[in-house]
Design a protein around this ligand. Structure first.
Ligand SMILES: NC(=O)C1=CN([C@@H]2O[C@H](COP(=O)(O)OP(=O)(O)OC[C@H]3O[C@@H](n4cnc5c(N)ncnc54)[C@H](OP(=O)(O)O)[C@@H]3O)[C@@H](O)[C@H]2O)C=CC1
Ligand SMILES: CC(C)(CO)C(=O)C(=O)O
Length: 294
């Protein structure tokens, strides 16, 4: 397949590195140095033996001739990407955490698919990425499509070392990942601690449990089951820095509005733990001077 990837950050580089072994991958970026580096040296991923050859372009050069577009920018960067002139007959696959993008995608004229990424990835340089946690990618369509190409695309893209699965229920798929992110991400970002703090520090655990309880009420999940799942993931990823903590450490705006903010927007009742944590993360972003969305 000929695949265009918009956004060569951690997930864009990881996806490009794996898919580029079997497909023709073109990375679309907004930085000249990154474009040159990708063209010259390909993508270097620490879990793969050789660099993956890719082509690189500026984002504005989006054009016809591709079979699939994969969008790997952060939630708050999506609006700009949606203004690009994608051909209308080619599916766009969105790989973002959170559910804040669903409204925008349902209004768009394109065939949109959404995915959740259960890998850990960390961009190390313009063309290099560390595969910090091996998992999978799950993809679902968000609207009825006559003769959807999705099952075939999943089949063609799936690889043993980069598994890709089809899901039928996009809301459940995204909500299930969102729930974990509403708990682990803001708490670890606020206290500047690794994911294990959710299970190791009883005071942090109390805050995390209440966030989980509030989110389960809104997302219609069983609190007892989901709290066990959140703790299990925190234990499994105990030594990881959550993506929200990484954003703050690297002085970037976080995805708090698309994660906990989304839960708040869906609720007609006050959610005190969510309200507090959203203000707390905004306050840190404000102090860092990064709360000016692109
Ligand atoms: N990293 C991880 O382990 C995981 C991430 N996710 C989710 O995946 C999504 C992407 O995350 P991640 O890869 O970590 O984020 P990054 O910030 O590493 O990457 C986003 C990239 O998008 C680029 N970008 C933004 N706007 C544009 C534009 N208009 N044109 C071209 N490029 C653009 C940025 O470019 P520039 O460098 O120029 O700013 C940046 O390189 C997020 O929703 C995240 O929550 C999900 C699971 C795991
Ligand atoms: C599951 C978790 C919390 C792993 O760090 C994650 O998805 C993230 O950091 O965004």
């Amino acid at each position: 397949m000929k695949i265009g990837i918009i956004g060569a950050g951690s997930i864009g580089l990881l996806t490009g590195a794996y898919l580029g072994k079997d497909h023709q991958v073109h990375m679309f970026v907004r930085n000249q140095q990154q474009k040159n580096r990708l063209e010259k040296d390909g993508i270097v991923c620490d879990a793969l033996q050789n660099p993956t050859r890719v082509e690189a372009h500026y984002t504005e050069e989006v054009k016809a001739g591709f079979d699939l577009w994969i969008i790997t920018v952060k939630q708050h960067q999506l609006e700009q990407v949606m203004n690009l002139d994608f051909p209308h007959n080619v599916p766009l696959l969105f790989l973002q955490n959170g559910m804040g993008h669903l409204d925008m995608l349902s209004r768009s004229p394109y065939t949109c698919w959404v995915g959740v990424v259960e890998h850990g990835a960390l961009k190390q340089g313009h063309n290099s990425v560390s595969h910090t946690g091996k998992g999978n990618v799950q993809i679902a369509r968000i609207s009825d499509e006559e003769e959807s190409a999705l099952p075939k695309v999943v089949d063609v893209l799936h690889k043993e070392n980069f598994p890709i699965f089809l899901q039928e229920d996009y809301e459940k798929m995204l909500a299930s990942k969102l729930l974990v992110n509403t708990v682990i991400n803001p708490v670890t970002a606020l206290f500047q601690l690794k994911n294990g703090s959710i299970v190791n520090n009883p005071h942090i655990q109390t805050i995390a449990r209440e966030l989980c309880r509030e989110a389960c009420g809104i997302l219609d999940f069983s609190f007892a089951e989901e709290w066990e799942r959140v703790k299990m993931i925190a234990e499994k990823t105990a030594l990881n820095q959550s993506s929200m903590l990484k954003d703050l450490i690297e002085n970037r705006v976080t995805e708090i509005d698309a994660i906990n903010g989304y839960v708040l927007r869906r609720s007609s009742d006050p959610l005190p733990y969510h309200q507090f944590i959203v203000h707390a993360i905004h306050a840190i972003e404000h102090e860092k001077g990064v709360r000016n969305y692109e």
